[in-house]
Ligand binder design. Sequence first.
Ligand code: ZN
Ligand code: ZN
Length: 390
Amino acid sequence: MAIINRIADFHEEMTVWRQTLHAHPELGYEEVWTSDFIAEKLASFGIEVHRGLAKTGVVGVLKGNSDSGRKIALRADMDALPMPEANSFAYKSTHAGRMHACGHDGHMAMLLGAARYLAETRQFDGTVYFYFQPAEEGGAGAKTMMDEGLFKKFNADSVWGMHNWPGLEAGHIAISHGACMASADHFHIAIRGCGSHAAMPHQATDPVLASAAIIQSLQSIVARQANPVDSAVVSVTMVHGGSAFNVIPDEVELGGTSRAILPETRQKIEQNIRKIVTSLATAHGCEAEIDWRAGYPPTINHSAEADRAAEIAAGVVGTEKLHMDLPPSMAAEDFAFMLEAKKGAYIWLGAGPAREGKMLHNTGYDFNDMILPVGTSYWVKLVESELASR
Ligand SMILES: [Zn+2]
Ligand SMILES: [Zn+2]
């Protein structure tokens, strides 16, 4: 494995950073301690630090030995999850009900490691931006930083992302051409009828029956509307209505989520949900109100950048540990917003075999520190290649 020697030298120190971050998990837009830690480290490496975008976002700016005017951005996420930690090791969460269960502690440590190495060597021709973003877990911190001027102030030619991936052998890397993660949208639906005595349903307009028909029919979107070789999900996950066995309620509320790999499928799902809900509510004499909450778009790699990422990854881990054929995940990732605006690629860094209780978002999960030098070497090689002297 082509781990850079100098990076292997500070593997132990990166492990300490990672475990320190693990012990101090903070939720989206509340990463105050975390962003102080990042900013202090970057400054100590001699990197220019900018703060304040999306409240807790941190951007490091580093110029190489020469400046061709080319610029690339590497991104890490900083937030933890609102969940308890079941681990008992010394560096377990010190904040009750909060946990770094997605490995963002490891992502920060790897990007800091790369920043340190690149600040020492500066063997590149141009500028590197280190984007540390808040609120990846549902809060769209990447989008907030963009809305607040990220690409105006630190305008990279390309953006690059990485996520550790339990289920893929440790130290392997997977890269997709096209989509690697799904879109994630949410909906709240109110079905309004007219309540009455349950023994006199002819005097009511029953939103419960209408809701039952709607829930059933929403499943026809994936079964009948989506192309079977495409991937899509519609899940109704919340049903609220009624207060007594002998009362037909006025209103029932439904909630759920939809996922898609292709942007056109995502759009079609929304149109079909609206159509089914409105027409079935009408058919039952009810009214429907749909509150559609567009979430993250699908994460779609740019083809040429995916190829270049693959070339770098093969150089770091070897072609036998590089996977170009992993199916996309139906999870979502807000780096997708950056890839909509800029060229770039997002990779999965293998964290070890799938084991029960050790997967992402599990109370027993822990980032695999053995892969820190792999991710860091990938970042460094990527910068030195993308910004190679011409
Ligand atoms: Zn996560
Ligand atoms: Zn994550």
